[in-house]
Ligand binder design. Structure first.
Ligand code: SF4
Length: 444
């Protein structure tokens, strides 16, 4: 939990010497609490107070980076328990498992299938992020060659899952530069993995069956010089794991309990695809930083990615499309022109219905701050004047040969005023998007 101004004040020298540029220590403390000034502006602070304040300023859940370059993953650094308190910052990574004991052609097929797990929804790209290579063969060379094959065939992040620290280290070195996550499966072999992670500066996942064990493991790793740690709670089933993830998130955020202030990793355990999907979605909701699945069927991965996209959407900020003219189909100067708001779901629903009508149409999207039609109208973000202004600025007048605009049926009340301020002839479209195809086919 962030320190208040008064908490900080108690640690300051309280001499009011003004060297920091503030009239009093209290004023400096208040500015520091709001992150408007840095601690080093006070030259008189004791080393002990400095350490306490710097430690309190660390994020309650450590930010961990896996991979490098464009596809790197950042997880952790969350500040709230419930999304509506603020927002979640770093979306859970979705990983898929490849076992090195599989036949070569099956490994090739898996890599190719995982590559295809990228979709577009409401104007955003959603995709899986990681491949976890498991050393189920127990053979070091096989593990290393599989890891190299995966790295050559995919630019996603890689996690190394082996009970042999030497195999994990050799595999990590064979793809140096990709900065894989190393997963240690057992407390007994933790020192070997810690050494490997430290040598190669890699993020390390420690495995434990209880939160107490997890706290011990992170403490050992941290004291041994590993900074980026992830906690994997193994083999407790969905309900217990979710309960533990929730306790840990609360302990980190509310009690500032550093030993559990790390992102969590969850492997799905269900073999049946629907149950595995439900399990994975549950982990995304509460509070995994990485979820690793076995099933890579598109029909199951897509809903998981959609659930993640929704959970990690800022609740204060609706998904928006750019306000501009969109062409649906092979439009001509005689095509109809429809107007709507820039709330993504509204736009994509309208665009999909226009597409299904097979009537090429221009859609002029107004900046309604991401609100849907009725909400924007009620909030005065979709008024006759704003629509007229958008029509003018968009340049649609110079594109089509007519001055006829279709407005959503829910805002038919705007038609008179809009005709007056824009000079366009207004037609009132259907209230529901499902009525668009029929409406457009009969549009003149
Ligand atoms: Fe207080 Fe430090 Fe500022 Fe002096 S420099 S007023 S001691 S906070």
């Amino acid at each position: 939990m962030a320190l208040t101004g008064l908490d900080i004040y108690k640690l300051l020298p309280k001499t009011n010497c003004k060297e920091c540029g503030f009239a009093t220590c209290l004023a400096f403390a208040m500015a520091l609490a709001q992150k408007k000034v840095s601690l080093d502006k006070c030259p008189s602070i004791t080393a002990q107070a400095k350490e306490a304040l710097e430690s309190a300023a660390q994020p309650p859940v450590k930010l961990v980076t896996i991979g490098a370059g464009d596809k790197k993953i950042e997880i952790g650094n969350e500040t709230v328990i419930y999304r509506h308190e603020q927002k979640f910052y770093h979306q859970a990574a979705i990983g898929l498992l490849i076992e090195d004991s599989s036949a070569q052609d099956r490994i090739d097929k898996a890599i190719a299938e995982i590559k295809g797990l990228e979709f577009e929804r409401v104007g955003q790209k959603i995709a899986v992020n990681l491949i976890c290579v498991r050393n189920s063969s127990g053979v070091k060379d096989k593990f290393v060659s599989t890891v190299k094959k995966v790295a050559a065939g995919s630019d996603l992040c890689i996690a190394l899952d082996s009970i042999d620290a030497a195999a994990a280290l050799e595999a990590a070195r064979s793809i140096r530069g990709r900065r894989p996550l190393v997963i240690c499966r057992n407390m007994k072999i933790l020192p070997e993995f810690v050494k490997a992670a430290r040598e190669e500066n890699l993020p390390l996942a420690v495995s434990a069956s209880t939160l107490e064990e997890a706290a011990q493991a992170t403490d050992i790793a941290k004291r041994s010089g590993v900074d980026e740690i992830i906690i994997n709670l193994d083999g407790n089933g969905l309900a217990k794991t979710i309960q533990d993830f929730t306790y840990a998130r609360r302990a980190a955020l509310k009690k500032n309990f550093r030993a559990l202030g790390y992102p969590f990793l969850a492997f799905t355990s269900q073999a049946e695809p629907h149950l595995e999907l439900a399990e994975a979605v549950s982990y995304v909701l509460k509070y995994a930083g990485i979820v690793i699945m076995k099933n890579r069927d598109k029909d199951f991965i897509f809903p998981l990615l959609v659930a993640r996209q929704d959970i990690y959407q800022d609740p204060q900020k609706p998904v928006q499309v750019e306000p501009k003219i969109y062409e649906v189909g092979k439009v001509t100067k005689d095509s109809p022109v429809a107007v709507t708001t820039n709330f993504s779901i509204t736009y994509f629903t309208v665009a999909a219905e226009v597409e299904s009508s097979k009537v090429p149409t221009y859609i002029v999207v107004c900046d309604s701050e991401g609100m849907s039609v009725l909400t924007a109208w009620a909030a005065e973000k979709f008024t006759a004047e704003q629509i007229a202004d958008t029509l003018k600025k968009s340049g649609i007048e110079g594109i089509v040969s007519h001055k006829k605009i279709i407005i959503p049926g829910y805002v038919s009340v705007l038609s008179g005023k809009l005709e007056e301020v824009s000079g366009w002839k207004v037609s009132v479209g259907p209230r529901e998007a499902s009525g668009i195809p029929n409406y457009l086919r009969n549009w003149k």
